[in-house]
Design a protein around this ligand. Structure first.
Ligand SMILES: Cc1cc2nc3c(=O)[nH]c(=O)nc-3n(C[C@H](O)[C@H](O)[C@H](O)COP(=O)(O)OP(=O)(O)OC[C@H]3O[C@@H](n4cnc5c(N)ncnc54)[C@H](O)[C@@H]3O)c2cc1C
Length: 457
């Protein structure tokens, strides 16, 4: 019997298993698909396209991700996004406008009006929120409505594929939200954070670089390296179909091929809808709460062109499209311009997104319908001539958990329902405490540390 049987070998399952193993526990990781990685998947084609059909980049925003890269010996595989990718474009009036990155650009940007810019001067004097609020209300209150509609809205589409009026500022943007809580102002908080970073740097302490990275062979490098460390502790191609209690200290996990695995503790790392299905026979309370976490569909539509087909210089990370402009495509990442090795010589790779909580109907579109829609949308924006020379579509049916108002309470209620109905079954997943890759890694590391402390008590 293993100490832990972990279900699902996406980044949550892989990192949880890796850190628990490092802490001296025995683990068994079980994955439904024929490959590990979940939402991190790199596809290489014979003719030289390299496409990340799930997560595209990771932000070096925490010590945990940097430490993991070193432990896995991946530092020389890291590709840092080139300098130009600091530019991010937003669509307004049928054109791409770079979000301002300097004071000069800020004063001249046409993305928001002069009144909206002047309004920022009042930000340090605005009162704190008295209750949990949506990120749309938070930004409108602190910065103004234009910043909400033309800057926040497309960012929410880009990160969460979600609706800013429903997403909780506290749960989904904790690092921003806490600035108001601790300093009373985003600007004051940012200045304080810069000062403490400077002091940490001077003291020789770790300071996150904030670099946006990928790997020479794409994002799957990370999940493959974790899988290599776990080696025989992983079983792939084995969907878990049932969990049953043998006694208070032993659970049994059954896979669709009839095999079973026993563990003292079970960790379910599936997305919320899948976790709800698996856990329903054991705890209908937990299952109902899990099923209520909205996880809308999103498709990555990767398109390749001859460089000569695109007149825009693609001198940035990509472009975001506010929902108010009435274009179905959410945005496009200029993948081959950010990282080398993504497209054959003379070609360009764009990774576009369509769907999300405000357009869930794409789950029923064919690949060709999605390609046609995206090409139609981005052609005038990027000055494209003709049709793509390459395309690859990946639909994620439950792409990204939406951290709606009350999300953290809900996660706590799920934990409570499980500990009542199914002691020793736990959940770890991207719907817990952060969807981003650095969050998932940091949370798994912290969880394993807690388990070690509990064991040693
Ligand atoms: C399109 C897209 C783009 C993204 N881009 C970024 C980005 O650029 N940067 C970033 O930081 N984050 C990004 N994210 C978020 C990030 O990829 C995810 O939060 C993270 O990879 C999720 O990992 P996970 O292990 O929690 O879930 P998953 O990756 O979904 O893993 C769950 C695993 O469980 C398996 N499974 C399901 N049912 C069973 C069963 N019954 N038995 C056994 N196994 C089962 C699944 O096959 C899957 O492998 C993106 C997400 C999406 C969808």
């Amino acid at each position: 019997m293993k100490d832990y049987v972990i279900i699902g070998a996406g980044l949550s399952g892989l990192t949880t298993a890796y850190y628990l193993k490092q802490a001296g526990f025995s683990v068994q990781l079980i994955e439904a698909k024929a490959q590990v990685g979940g939402r991190i998947q790199t596809v290489n084609t014979e003719d030289g396209w390299q496409v990340d059909v799930g997560a595209n980049t990771a932000l070096l925003s925490s010590e945990a991700i940097d430490r993991l890269i070193d432990e896995l010996d991946l530092r020389d595989q890291v590709l840092v996004a080139n300098d130009a990718s600091k530019n991010r474009f937003v669509v307004r009036g049928g054109k791409l406008w770079a979000l301002p990155t300097s004071l000069g650009a800020f004063l001249t940007t046409p993305i928001v009006s002069p009144m909206a810019k002047l309004g920022l001067l009042l930000e340090p004097f605005r009162a704190k929120a008295t209750q949990e609020e949506s990120i749309a209300d938070f930004v409108a209150r602190r910065l103004g409505k234009e910043w909400r509609d033309w800057v926040l809205d497309p960012f929410i589409s880009g990160i969460f594929a979600g609706n800013p009026a429903k997403i909780s500022a506290q749960a989904a943007f904790h690092r921003v939200w806490i600035l108001e809580k601790d300093y009373g102002s985003l600007f004051k908080g940012m200045i304080a954070r810069m000062k403490s970073k400077k002091a940490a740097r001077q003291a020789g302490d770790y300071v996150a670089s904030g670099n946006m990275i990928s790997f020479k062979s794409g994002m799957s490098t990370l999940t493959h390296a974790l899988a290599a460390k776990l080696a025989d502790d992983i079983r792939i191609d084995a969907p878990v179909v049932q969990l049953s209690r043998i006694n208070d200290d032993c659970w049994q996990v059954q896979t669709s091929d009839g095999n079973s695995y026993q563990g003292k503790k079970i960790i379910v790392t599936l997305d919320a809808p899948d976790a709800a299905k698996l856990l329903r026979p054991l705890s209908s309370d937990a299952a109902n709460l899990l099923a209520s976490i909205e996880s809308p569909p999103l498709a990555v539509v990767a398109l390749g062109f001859d460089a000569s087909q695109i007149s825009h210089p693609l001198n940035g990370f990509g472009c975001l499209i506010p929902r108010s402009v009435g274009i179905a495509t959410l945005g496009a990442i200029f993948s081959s311009q950010i990282f080398s090795g993504r497209a054959p010589d003379g070609k360009v790779l764009l990774s576009c997104f369509i769907g999300g909580s405000r357009n869930p109907s794409i789950a029923h579109w064919s690949d060709q319908e999605m390609i046609d829609q995206v090409v139609k949308d981005i052609t005038p924006l990027l000055g494209i001539t003709g049709q793509p020379v390459f395309s690859k579509v990946q639909l994620w049916k439950h792409a990204i958990a939406q951290y709606h108002l009350g999300h953290f309470d809900k996660v706590e209620q799920i934990r409570h329902a499980l500990s009542k109905d199914t002691p020793n079954i736990m959940t770890r997943a991207n719907w817990h405490e952060g969807i981003s890759i650095p969050d998932v890694i940091a949370n798994a590391e912290r969880f394993a540390r807690q388990q070690r402390i509990i064991r040693n008590l």
